[in-house]
Design a protein around this ligand. Structure first.
Ligand code: SF4
Length: 277
């Protein structure tokens, strides 16, 4: 939930309502995917919600506890498996997040590190006698003294052994940012007898979410222009021209306005909704 969403927002709007709706792994496993996506609406990265649901179905009634078993579940990579094993079950394994990666790169003086090398260093530095405290300390160090832009090497307890202390900002080297491509689309809201036409997406992208008709190109003659929307995704930016077409169209499901509130919609489709007269 915390990817791209601030802790405060997650706590205020998402985390507790999600736990209330699905208080056990079994409840999550038994839920319909649509309900899970609806609770996730606004967080983005919907693959996470789908994988969470799939993982619950595979693991219910209990989550496995070892790194290997956790990593075998959908959506759980090496870092997540280590974090769950370390914090939920106190398994003596190191964690790896952006903060830990930065500390490891600075401590070992590595400008460009592969995942494999970082894990080797994580295990090399790991304190097997006080694993829980060690992981907590790494997180605290990354959030305080060894911060991304303003590391405080003078007071850092690692300074005597840290290879990066003379030029900490050089580690890790920043990758040049690639320009994000723009996708231009025509978004058409079909309205007929007071009902709106939507489709449930079945491709990989935004799978399971409902949306209005979207075309690369379309003849908009006879339609009403409603405005434009922009939605940023991790790998592209969507720029949509939105039109209202007062006519029936094939291949959709039709919903009265009130029912739209109950559907799981993408952020872009919510913006389209707000443009409707
Ligand atoms: S000495 Fe500086 S660069 Fe090294 S771990 Fe501490 S704060 Fe980070």
């Amino acid at each position: 939930m915390l990817q791209q969403t601030q802790v405060k927002t997650v706590l205020e709007r998402f985390y507790f309502p999600f736990l209330e709706a699905f208080p056990t792994l079994q409840k999550l496993a038994d839920a319909e995917l649509d309900d899970v996506l609806k609770r996730w609406e606004g967080l983005g990265y919907y693959t996470r919600a789908r994988n969470l649901h799939k993982a619950a179905r595979l693991a219910a009634p209990e989550m496995p506890q070892t790194v290997a078993e956790l990593q075998a579940l959908p959506g759980i990579g090496r870092s997540t498996a280590h974090a769950v094993a370390a914090f939920a079950y106190h398994t003596p394994v190191p964690i790896m997040d952006a903060n830990v990666k930065r500390i490891l790169c600075r401590f070992f003086g590595i400008a460009e590190a592969t995942e494999k090398r970082l894990w080797e260093h994580a295990y090399a530095l790991f304190d097997t006698e006080r694993p829980f405290d060690y992981n907590q300390a790494m997180m605290d160090l990354g959030a305080s003294l060894c911060s991304p832009r303003d590391p405080d090497c003078v007071t850092c307890p690692f300074a005597a052994h840290c290879r990066g202390r003379h030029d900490p900002l050089a580690y890790p080297r920043k990758a040049a940012k690639k320009p994000v491509p723009v996708r231009r689309r025509i978004i058409v809201v079909h309205r007929h007898k007071g009902h709106y036409a939507l489709r449930q997406r079945d491709g990989r992208f935004l799978h399971g979410l409902w949306g209005f008709a979207e075309y690369e190109a379309a003849d908009t003659a006879g339609m009403h222009a409603l405005g434009n929307i922009t939605q940023k995704y991790s790998h592209f930016t969507l720029e949509g021209e939105v039109y209202l077409a007062e006519r029936y169209a094939e291949g959709f499901e039709w919903f009265p306005p009130k029912a739209l509130e109950g559907l799981a919609l993408s952020g872009a489709d919510h913006k389209v909704l707000r443009l409707l007269p």
